[in-house]
Design a protein around this ligand. Structure first.
Ligand SMILES: Nc1ncnc2c1ncn2[C@@H]1O[C@H](COP(=O)(O)OP(=O)(O)OP(=O)(O)O)[C@@H](O)[C@H]1O
Ligand SMILES: [Mg+2]
Length: 215
């Protein structure tokens, strides 16, 4: 489903990615580990079309990302790719339900509220639809961002240290959630993490070192 072929990226003379190759199948949970500064977030942003490689190719669902014009790329990203970040990036002035709906509204899906409610229920947030992010715990906020990532039924979800900001119980719960969602919905996840327990739970653990994937 996702393929990266010989991806290079440097920032002002600093070579971060030096020929990354990987291939991810539908329904896989893949973890990416590596030292701080190794290029994990850089790679995730490139795989998720938030950033472009200097050279090399990213292909998702048989479509070469560099072949899409900017507007098509934004649409493709909104509909096919979900993101979960370390800091949830929820809109503070919107409720949990509204935050989850945003990517669906952008797509023009007016039925989003029903699906957003279902997702929040699945994620254990039934009583929290109308809470603003500031009225939710860290773990709850992160689960709202998981629901938001899933609302358009994306092909793949990228998570960059999703539990980096959570206590260990909330982190464990979130990790379990990823595997439940894979089991129940066949959802594909690529997760950057410093949490070795999570990394080890994945179907495959990839390590970035010296600009390439070493395992
Ligand atoms: N926009 C940018 N401009 C210049 N340098 C950058 C930029 N983004 C990242 N870098 C550099 O690229 C390297 C890789 O950064 P990246 O954020 O991918 O690391 P990481 O593996 O995610 O680290 P961490 O585990 O600390 O999050 C770092 O040395 C960083 O300083
Ligand atoms: Mg990072």
């Amino acid at each position: 489903m996702l393929k990266a072929d010989n991806v290079y990226k440097s920032y002002g003379g600093l070579d971060v990615l030096k020929g990354v190759n990987l291939s991810i199948d539908k329904g896989e949970v893949v973890s990416i580990v590596g030292a701080s500064g190794a290029g994990k977030s850089t790679l995730l942003h490139i795989l998720g079309t938030l950033d472009t490689p200097d050279s090399g190719m990213i292909m998702l669902n048989g479509i070469k990302m560099s072949s899409l014009p900017q507007k098509k790329m934004s649409q493709f990203r909104n509909e096919q790719i979900g993101f979960i970040f370390q800091f949830h990036n929820l809109f503070p002035e919107f409720t949990a339900l509204e935050n989850v709906c945003i990517p669906a509204f952008i797509k023009g899906n007016k039925q989003a509220k029903k699906r957003a409610g279902e997702l929040l229920d699945i994620l254990g947030l039934s009583g929290r639809y109308d809470h603003k992010p500031s009225e939710l715990s860290g773990g709850e906020q992160q689960r709202v961002s998981v629901a938001r990532a899933l609302i358009n039924d994306p092909s793949i979800v990228f998570a960059d240290e999703p539990s980096g900001n959570l206590d260990s119980q909330s982190a464990d719960d979130l990790h379990q959630l990823f595997f439940d969602l894979r089991k129940d919905m066949g959802q594909t996840f690529v997760i950057v993490t410093h949490n070795m327990e999570l990394a080890g739970m994945a179907d495959r653990k990839l390590e970035i070192k010296d600009g390439v994937i070493t395992i």
